[in-house]
Design a protein around this ligand. Structure first.
Ligand code: MRU
Length: 362
């Protein structure tokens, strides 16, 4: 494995957020210094920062940037600013549940009990909560990696889609945390990264971060993965998630569903790896999940060049929903969840709440 510590995907500098500009990878490891809300929202919208858990940590930190930028003169003004930011930042992308969840959690921690005496106290509370979210995510990634390694003990050739690694979280990733855990224990592992058209998170980002870590990775065009799975060239498929419904239906990068169908056909394991913060208990099933529709130009172009004839249309859903029945297990920081997911998810969320010391429901 690579020895140099990887550049953090996001980092609080003291008065700004430093992020890797993921639109520039793999050509260039460029950083963006985010010190105003417009830059933060723009970075989310064009996927300079992306991946559900990373969006959560970033959105929470962006609240402090927004408060500093607005410089409210009173507590009432601070409340107004944060309510504006709740929507402006929290709704910058609709499918990844972590973004709005983290923004809500951070604002509620700052204002919820009404005990913050002044704007400086509100800012400190926002910062404490945002840093806690990032820290908890890193811990969740570590636990998912530990459990994922156990689940994938017999798997050597592992397929994945999009990027659910260090670039998508505040830690070692979700799906890729299992890969890192296997590699760090000296287990043989080879990753097949589906390219993930149209924005190529697999080809650009998963390939870059795994190669950087010294892990064997090959890029596979999206259309080729099903045949590789069906002919027996893949031992298991593991991907991340943007939103998991209460019944286990899971939204993830468009193209995931095809890999799940192929895995079911071939009889190999298809795993979701995600922190419990990606579970939306209020979402009964996947058919209600809002799927982000992105600009048609992303389909029309690749690498700056037009691929399609002028005048034709394009449809660009950013995510698809894999039904729970195609998912072998959901690997979370609260354990490996198995069907029936309605029960195992409810139990995991209850156990997570019980782990909070201040919770009086337990
Ligand atoms: O559009 P993106 O790049 O933000 O989509 C990301 C994914 O679909 C990831 O698989 C998901 O967020 C999980 S990241 C641990």
């Amino acid at each position: 494995m690579g020895t140099a510590a990887p550049t953090p995907t996001l980092r609080w500098t003291g008065d700004s957020i430093e992020i890797i500009d993921q639109t520039r990878l793999p050509a260039e490891l460029a950083l963006i210094d985010v010190r105003d809300v417009a830059t933060a929202v723009d970075a989310i919208g064009r996927l300079a920062i992306r991946g559900a858990p990373a969006l959560g940590a970033f959105g929470a930190l962006a609240l402090i940037v927004g408060l500093d930028e607005a410089q409210p003169g009173s507590m009432d003004d601070a409340v107004d600013v944060l309510e504006r930011l709740r929507t402006e930042i929290g709704d910058a992308r609709p499918t990844a549940v972590n973004l709005r969840w983290a923004v809500d959690r951070t604002i509620d921690a700052a204002l919820g009990d009404g005990a913050a005496a002044d704007v400086a106290a509100v800012r400190q509370r926002l910062l404490d909560e945002a840093l806690a979210i990032a820290d908890e995510d890193a811990q969740a990634c570590a636990e998912i990696g530990r459990l994922g390694r156990e689940v994938l003990a017999e798997a050597t050739v592992i397929a994945t889609h999009c990027n659910a690694g260090r670039l998508a979280t505040a830690g070692d990733g979700t799906a890729l945390a299992a890969v890192y855990a296997k590699a760090s224990c000296g287990e043989s592992v080879r990753v097949l990264a589906a390219e993930s058209r149209p924005l190529l998170q697999g080809a650009r980002l998963t390939a870059w971060e795994l190669a950087d870590a010294g892990i064997d990775v090959s890029v596979v065009s999206d259309g080729a993965m099903a045949s590789l799975i069906v002919r027996g060239d893949v031992d298991a498929v593991i991907v991340g998630a943007d939103r998991i419904a209460a019944n286990g239906d899971t939204a993830n990068k468009v193209g995931t569903l095809g890999h799940a169908l192929a895995a079911a056909h071939a009889g190999i394991g298809f795993y979701i790896a995600a922190p419990t913060t990606t579970i939306d208990a209020a979402m009964p099933s996947g058919d209600r999940i809002v799927i982000e529709q992105r600009d048609a130009d992303e389909v029309h172009h690749a690498g700056g060049a037009r691929l399609t004839p002028t005048g034709v249309g394009a449809v660009n859903p950013a995510f698809d929903v894999t039904p729970a029945r195609l998912i072998t297990a959901i690997i979370t920081d609260a354990g490996v969840l198995r069907p029936p997911y309605g029960e195992s998810i409810a139990d995991a969320l209850a156990a997570t709440r019980c782990a909070q010391p201040e919770d009086d429901r337990c």
